[in-house]
Design a protein around this ligand. Sequence first.
Ligand code: FE2
Ligand code: FE2
Length: 319
Amino acid sequence: MTAILDEQLIDDRETTPESLYLRWERQNWSTQDLTMAADRPAWQALRPFLYQELKAALVELAVGEVAVARLLTPLVYAAPTQAAQFYLSSQLVDESRHSIFFLGYLRAVEGAIEPPHAYALRCRAEASAATVELFDAYLLEQTERVRRDPDDRDAWYAAVTTYHVVAEGALALVVLRSVAEAVRRCGQLPVLAEGLRNVIRDESRHVGFGVWAMRHAVDNGRRQLVGDQVLDTIPYVVHVLVGPERRNPSALPMVVRARGRQLRDQWDTARDALLRRVRAAGLDDVDAQVTEVWRAAEERAVADYENRHGVPHPIRSLN
Ligand SMILES: [Fe+2]
Ligand SMILES: [Fe+2]
């Protein structure tokens, strides 16, 4: 079935698919300009705690990027306007480039010998079950609905809300910024720092598109649909952020408290980022529900951590 284009959806506000596409042309970058192996000596010399943190985060990012590069394709084909389709084609390049960057970087600094495809499978096996569930089950199910019926506009807006606004806006961008900050503090991985800057710039455009799409959904009678979709996605994203499978490596009270504070900051930043985007899309009335669903999802994921490991989650040290 052919997707029909609704040209009347073209926006006159500042962030539009047209302006985002033009920004993409101006902000283009190349993974080939980054000499990834140059970071290898510093990577190999990282302190064990920082090494484990960074490696786990980059593996999760690589797995997410590989998944979204594939899952974006039905959304490009079924885009409601030609401008949205052209913009999404540029994003498809971005997600492939991000996959190539993260896989290439990890292979270079880890000295992996298997080809990228095999290395991607290894990363997937190492990623948390929550990440795999978000991308390979939840988001997959939504993009499959679009693939099966490209004219189902409800399915398209729901998938973009999950993909661009919640998964990219409240999860990917927040994790990327945390990793970039850790890399900045460590001061010894310049290639990773530059690659992360590029990826963050790209992801900001992607989230801008998500807000545009959600605003159109609201303007076109889909307020309830996208509001419900945000609430439905929150538990999946919070589960990834909390990551109940990974046990905090230290039992020292000072370290546990510092970890608790760091996580509290990160989760609050993610929730506030989501609230900002939801308001920007014209959905001011779901603030209280977003906050409540987020809080309940955090509580469940923290309880999951405590059941698995038999110790209080570091977040409890702040009480
Ligand atoms: Fe990406
Ligand atoms: Fe993205």
